[in-house]
Write a protein that binds this ligand. Structure first.
Ligand SMILES: *Cc1c(COP(=O)(O)O)cnc(C)c1O
Length: 514
């Protein structure tokens, strides 16, 4: 049945016309459907009207022989017309904020605008319709894509080989640490500790724990970099690896990175590079030059794949020469006759994802890399750093800058003065930004900064957008002063929902209507 036929079959495509008319006369769905702009969007369950359907097939004329289900309660699903269903979700969608809608300076997450051309490429049917169990012989094209991406990532990072299986940065971290364990076991060593700087992303200690290691925290110095004395006193024959982000999550390039890697190696440990901030250094330097052994990248951050909301990503993991035998597999291998075959690395830690990971995300990443080329990627990083410094400079006379007055691709401000004076926290300021149509920066992270606002403008924003954001940030600061904090505590006032209880949704999820 086509959409038009459904439409013609009556109100809301329900059971039949009479039912629907009766329902309408009784003040059914039509009157309870909220108009756009109403404050409350009801749960889909309260739009439900018995017997109403989005889609109806004509009767087959064949007797129903489904198993005896009369004692089984059908699930309490909402009964709605297609029209109500689409409107409900469209109304909700209009309340969303996204990278397509505007500036999204969520530090560390790299929420840049993603050009649509790469979605088109991932939608090509000869890519997306290939079954993952198709033989190597029939999926040579896909294998070439994966192999080419692996080579490209090697060129960008200076590593020797990659696995494309891990579905996110955090999964890449776990993969890298499992390989670290395999490497040390091969030397007959049992090392138990992973070093993580104080400023690190929370996934670093979480991955270390999941991989069976103890985490030891390294202090951050007053310049925002790893405190070398703290590192040296933590190094021992128990240390398996250090996990380092560079530039770090404060947006500062670790000035001692070469020495850090040297000391770590001297202690027999491996240096793991959290590549979430690779978008600051592409074409300028590489983790290999810094001395790292294992690297994860976040293709959904650096190479333009839509992400957020738990959507698919990819966290390829690269290794220097000498560690490739531990990589997960199978991996595509180029043979002398120019064809590809699947190959399991000799001492592989095994699979870390079904098939080839999130292949569509990988196709987007390759398309992004090839369309930018080496020069383009370098320019991406240069502009990301330029934008961040432009914004830092515009805000540094109003907000406290805890570390230095230069940054890489992101920077951290602190609103601790507002906290002392008026009890205003970083998240209050974030709510004021929501009222003014901007997605807030990351708040309260990194933990080494009191009341942190972590701002990452990315390279996709124009100077006009940065100016608009800077002037709103100035306006907010003056308003906090003028109202002695009252306006910050009242915000948000213009969003569909106000302040929510941030833990209740996790503790008491409502999954069915009463
Ligand atoms: C985002 C991020 C991660 C985790 O990556 P996911 O892809 O979200 O799993 C790890 N470290 C840093 C510094 C990050 O910004």
């Amino acid at each position: 049945m086509t959409g038009q036929q459904e439409q013609a079959s009556g109100f809301g495509h329900g059971n039949n016309l009479t039912d629907n008319l009766a329902n309408l006369a009784a003040g059914g769905n039509a009157s309870s459907t909220p108009l756009m702009g109403d404050d409350e969007e009801p749960l889909i369950f309260s739009l439900s009207s018995p017997g109403r359907r989005a889609f109806q097939l004509p009767s087959t004329g064949v007797p129903d022989i489904s198993p005896d289900t009369k004692d089984i309660e059908p699930p309490a699903l909402p009964e709605v017309s297609e029209r109500d269903l689409v409107s409900h979700y469209t109304r909700l969608a209009h309340r969303q904020y996204s990278v397509d809608l505007g500036f999204y300076p969520l530090g560390s997450c790299t929420m840049k605008y993603n050009p649509k051309a790469f979605d088109e490429i991932a939608a090509i049917s000869s890519l997306k319709d290939v079954h993952p169990l198709v033989s190597a012989q029939l999926s040579q094209g896909w294998m070439e894509i994966l192999w080419t991406l692996e080579r490209a990532l090697c060129a960008i990072t200076g590593m020797s080989a990659f696995t494309l299986q891990p579905p996110a940065g955090a999964a890449g971290e776990l993969t890298g640490l499992l390989m670290t364990g395999a490497y040390h076991r091969s030397l007959g060593e049992h090392r138990t500790v992973v070093l993580v700087p104080e400023s690190a992303h929370g996934t670093n200690p979480a991955s270390a724990t999941l991989a069976g290691y103890q985490t030891k925290t390294i202090a951050t110095g007053s310049d925002g970099c790893v405190d070398m004395a703290s590192l040296e006193s933590a190094l021992s024959e128990d240390v398996a690896a250090i996990m380092l982000t560079n530039p770090n999550t404060i947006g500062i390039f670790e000035k001692d990175v070469v020495e850090i890697c040297r000391l770590v190696h001297e202690a027999g440990a491996l240096a793991y590079y959290d590549g979430a901030n690779l978008n600051a250094i592409m074409g300028i330097t590489t983790p290999a030059k810094m001395g790292f052994d294992i690297v994860h990248l976040n293709t959904h951050k650096t190479f333009a794949t839509p992400h957020g909301g738990g959507g698919p990503g990819a966290g390829p993991v690269g290794v220097r020469a000498g560690l490739d035998q531990y990589l997960p597999g199978p991996r595509p291998a180029l043979q002398e006759d120019g064809t590809y075959r699947w190959k399991m690395p000799e001492c592989s830690i095994g699979r870390v994802h079904s098939y080839n990971g999130n292949a569509m995300v990988l196709a987007r990443a390759l398309a992004y890399i090839l369309s930018n080329g080496a020069d383009g990627l370098k320019r991406v990083s240069q502009i990301a750093v330029l934008n961040a410094n432009w914004l830092l400079k515009s805000l540094s006379d109003i907000y406290e800058v805890p570390y230095g007055n230069r940054c890489m691709h992101e920077f951290v401000l602190s609103v601790s003065t507002f906290k002392r004076r008026y009890g205003i926290r970083a998240q209050d300021l974030a709510k004021m930004l929501l009222d003014r149509g901007f997605h807030p920066p990351t708040v309260s992270f990194p933990l080494v900064v009191d009341e942190a606002l972590m701002i990452e403008p990315t390279e996709t924003e124009s100077v006009q957008t940065l100016q608009a954001f800077a002037s709103v940030m100035k306006e907010i600061a003056s308003e906090i002063e003028a109202t002695e904090g009252a306006s910050a505590k009242a915000a948000p006032e213009r969003t569909p929902v106000g302040r929510v209880d941030e833990t209740r949704a996790a503790r008491h999820p409502i999954v069915v209507a009463d």
